[in-house]
Ligand binder design. Structure first.
Ligand code: CUA
Length: 322
């Protein structure tokens, strides 16, 4: 598991920084108000007249009035109003700052939320440069990214706290979120809207690379899958096409072209399987293929009936998809 940073308090982009600054102001002001309220409460309790059962009721304030108390209430009300308006202004300005991030030369990604994984299509004006991947985004450091969000089945929510705020993926409704990663690193995202049984296993990694590394990664992703070399890998590819795998998954450069499940063209370059459920290594991949329901109950991937030799061959092929 690559872990990754998942912390609103460690912003790695301008937008997350703006949200974090606003949060600081809210925290400081709300803490001061809370302390002031508690101090006022303690003072009021200490000043309350001590009475016993036979003390006559003191109703003098009914005709005397309490000008000092009234003044204090008015001042406190005015102060609350000023603070609330201040916080409202701060949140409006933060929102504007988020919207005003320059988007020239932005990278466009179409992100679709599925139960329970993320489909990412890297857009380009040149159609031959478009490619699809899943659950792990790479982005270049310092370049703005515009993510178009779509929900395939139910409402999901995009949330990569170190980069920007939350945005829902609502079926039938277009939405966009933009961010810029200013430091290289792995930023962990998580679906933030309850979307069914495996909502928690809907992890999205955003990996911010140096621009050159990003270009290398992207041009490799545009390539079709590597052809199998060994006899075992060839058998694995044939099994992939013959068995039910190809009914849901796509591997570019093969007859497998279905889009109901993650694109596996470069599966071996990804660090996890099942959207952050398991590390992507040989043993765990084999266990996952045999019985995905054991690790992610409710996921749409069925168990596959494979003879032991078949499993090894299929897994060898999948492991070769660099
Ligand atoms: Cu998708 Cu929660």
């Amino acid at each position: 598991m690559i872990g990754g940073l998942h912390d609103v308090q460690v912003p790695a982009g301008v937008q997350a920084q703006a949200i974090f600054d606003l949060w600081h102001w809210l925290l400081v002001i709300c803490t001061l108000v809370f302390v002031a309220v508690i101090v006022a409460l303690v003072l009021a309790l200490r000043r309350a007249p001590r009475v016993a059962q036979d003390t006559p009721p003191d109703v003098s304030s009914l005709w005397r009035g309490e000008p000092k108390l009234a003044r204090t209430v008015w001042v406190a009300t005015g102060l609350s109003l000023v603070l609330l308006l201040g916080l409202l202004g701060a949140s409006v300005f933060t929102d504007r700052a988020l919207a005003q991030m320059p988007l020239a030369n932005a990278l466009h990604i179409e992100l679709t939320g599925h139960q329970w994984w993320w489909e990412a299509r890297y857009d380009d004006v040149d159609a031959s440069r478009i490619f699809t991947t899943a659950n792990e985004l790479h982005v270049p450091v310092g370049r703005p990214v515009i993510v178009s969000l779509a929900g395939a089945d139910v409402i999901h929510s995009f949330w990569v706290p170190s980069l920007t705020g939350k945005k829902d993926l609502i079926p039938g409704r277009d939405a966009k979120v933009s961010f810029r990663a200013d430091r290289p690193g792995v930023y962990r995202g998580q679906c933030a809207e309850y979307c069914g049984y495996q909502h928690a296993h809907m992890v999205l990694y955003v990996i911010a690379d140096a621009p050159d590394d990003y270009e290398r990664w992207a041009s490799h992703q545009r390539e079709p899958a590597v052809a199998p070399v060994t006899a075992e890998q060839i058998r694995g590819r044939d099994l992939f096409i013959e068995k039910s795998c190809a009914m849901c998954h796509a591997i570019d450069g093969t007859p497998a072209q279905a889009r109901h499940a993650p694109d596996l063209t470069h599966l071996a370059t990804r660090t996890t399987i099942g959207a952050g459920t398991l590390d992507n290594d040989t043993a765990r991949r084999a266990a996952w293929i045999l019985d995905p329901q054991q690790f992610k109950p409710g996921a749409k991937m069925p168990s596959e009936n494979l003879a032991p030799g078949e499993l090894t061959a299929l897994n060898a092929y999948l492991g070769s998809l660099q």
